[in-house]
Design a protein around this ligand. Sequence first.
Ligand code: AQP
Length: 345
Amino acid sequence: MDEKIIIPGTEAAPEKRKKILSCIQPSGIPTLGNYLGALKNWKLLSDEFDSAFAVADLHAITVRQDPKMLRKQIMEVFALLLAIGLDPEKNIVFIQSHVPAHSQLAWILNCYTQFGEMSRMTQFKDKSQSHADNVNVGLFSYPVLMAADILLYQADLVPVGADQKQHLEIARDIANRFNGIYGKTFTVPDPYIGKQGARVMSLQDPTKKMSKSDPNPKSFVSVFDSPETIMKKIKSAVTDSEGGVYYGEGKDGVNNLMGIYSCCTGLDYDAIAKEFEGRGYGDFKTAVAEAVIEELRPVRERYDLLMKDQAYLLETAAKGAETAQRIANRTLEKTMKKCGFVLPR
Ligand code: AQP
């Protein structure tokens, strides 16, 4: 039998597909910010890369969660990952806590992370202010668990919103530090931050990012909001008294709505300004809301169908975890050996 010989580095050699990994916390119902800043890109990238996507439930308990709600939200967010179009046959889609290697590697990496560098994390500073009664160690070391999530899968790229850039830099620092001590163990990941939607802002305070755990539900559009609710929330978005639809300084509210509209329609800011020239914010907001409703409609429809089949969701999560575990354990064992642990037979 003729065997095809492939010489590495030549055109005939199949390129090793790059790997991506990203996660989302089930800390509430995901928002339009999560969707435009992360989920939408995940779907686009998933065809091109070897991809793993997880529901980051371990991360969610850094803030106190009601167990019943958490259980519900984990399954909702898992269903959402499938509803955005991630194919579980082609991508690894799983629930983080189903793969113990995440917690195990996070402990090891904790011992290679400095207290000082964690203290500089802006998300820790923000969240310890908004949850002043529960500034726990998990909240502090959240970026180390995130580094473990990424490094376990030897991800080349991590598609995230702009708010996670600092955490990704820490993951890179930890990987470089470990590799520097023990030799190449981890791939050093690069962030992938989309050109659009990287930072969707709160509808009520457009200087703050839109967050699913914001206590004011008018500040965010959730991906499962009804068309009527989406219309109402966008109509009540804070803008300014000046009245012109164009991108500019001091126009945070309008800039935010223009960003959202641009993500949903593909129009650039000049084209949007032209479309709404001489028209008021009322027309503009209606158009933004309609675009968001259409953007989310197919996701919502697929989600509704998936949620009716909990057995399928659980079975798919179990299959995803099995594949994830196989890959994650390989990296964990390699790391443990490098540190000097004796592996069980
Ligand atoms: N407002 C946003 N604009 C663009 N991207 C965003 N992301 C979050 N908010 C925005 C991106 O969504 C992905 C999943 O985020 P996460 O759930 O893991 O954590 P988060 O960044 O803390 O998101 P939230 O909504 O603000 O959650 P809570 O309120 O629980 O803290 C990430 O890639 C993130 O960048």
